[in-house]
Ligand binder design. Structure first.
Ligand SMILES: CC(C)(COP(=O)(O)OP(=O)(O)OC[C@H]1O[C@@H](n2cnc3c(N)ncnc32)[C@H](O)[C@@H]1OP(=O)(O)O)[C@@H](O)C(=O)NCCC(=O)NCCS
Length: 259
């Protein structure tokens, strides 16, 4: 789906990634030019500075960190489980395991400098994931042969359309697009999503972006989280039968926030 954002444009300067966490080849955890504040690290022994309405203290979320290679299985599974109905529509219910492997491989192979993937840990266990895209991001790709081997003919078609849709959003030079945010079912409603949203803005600002955007299904209750974080509805999108056929959802919002 094309991303069409209502907010004012802020010029077309190339992104300056010198003050941001540069996406190292996975497995590396080095930060280039970043300050200690770039990664929120709180241990359970810290005094909680904030407490969420659900009683979870930020001290329980002890790290939001850049994804490493051994997080790829978690990230792929989280994404497919969190957006299960969309994937089921695209590839069919009986192909979910193969679909998970494809996404896990995508995360493992990510080396595009114009994206960032973060993992949130809650009480020392992986609990959430955030995937940010910036101008110049080329999109996740899997070879058609690999898709065909894993999914067969009909589901490969569905997956290719799904990939087309996720790569369709054009991203402005000063824009940070939230491609995916998800929290493990077991840990939802504890404030982890809010912390990931804040981390997204922190990263976007460090890179020099002035605008956050995302797409959300109009039926998704995550909209209230986004509104609390200062996002507004920039566009009401009717994906008509095309988008509905691919992911089973027709009505979407583009939401955005100037930062
Ligand atoms: C959306 C999501 C990342 C929020 O993470 P979280 O840690 O639960 O968020 P927080 O605890 O900080 O905030 C709670 C808010 O999250 C949203 N939320 C909670 N459970 C949710 C769920 N099952 N589905 C969608 N949104 C949910 C709601 O907006 C909730 O606010 P509310 O109680 O006023 O309705 C998480 O619920 C999730 O992974 N949902 C499924 C995937 C998804 O829909 N992602 C967003 C796609 S645009």
């Amino acid at each position: 789906m094309a991303s069409d954002h209502g907010g004012p444009q802020q010029g077309t300067m190339p992104l300056d990634t010198s003050n941001a966490i540069v996406n190292q080849p996975l497995g590396h955890h080095e930060q280039v030019g970043s300050t200690p504040d770039d990664i929120i690290i709180r241990t359970s022994s810290d005094t909680p500075e904030h407490e969420s309405t659900t009683g979870t203290t930020l001290s329980d979320v002890n790290v939001v960190r850049a994804m490493e290679e051994d997080d790829a299985d978690f990230a792929g599974r989280m994404e497919v489980e969190s957006f299960r109905s969309k994937y089921e529509c695209a590839v069919g219910k009986n192909r979910m395991e193969e679909c998970t492997v494809i996404r896990q491989n995508n995360y493992r192979d990510t080396d595009d400098k114009n994206c960032r993937i973060f993992i949130a840990e809650y009480k020392n266990k992986r609990a959430g994931m955030l995937f940010l895209k910036f101008h110049g991001y080329k999109g996740r790709s899997s070879s058609t042969c690999d898709l065909y081997d894993r999914l067969g003919c009909r589901s490969t078609h569905g997956m290719l359309w799904y990939i087309c849709l996720e790569n369709a959003a054009s991203i402005d030079p000063v824009e940070c697009y939230i491609e995916c945010i998800c929290v493990d079912k077991e840990h939802r409603g504890k404030g982890i999503g809010k912390i990931l949203m804040e981390r997204a803005e922190q990263e976007a600002k460090a890179i020099g972006c002035s605008k956050m955007t995302l797409h959300v299904a109009q039926s998704n209750r995550a909209i209230s989280l986004y509104q609390r974080q200062g996002y507004h509805i920039a566009k009401d999108i009717d994906g008509c039968c095309c988008v509905w056929c691919i992911v089973g959802i027709r009505k979407w919002y583009t939401m955005s926030k100037m930062i």
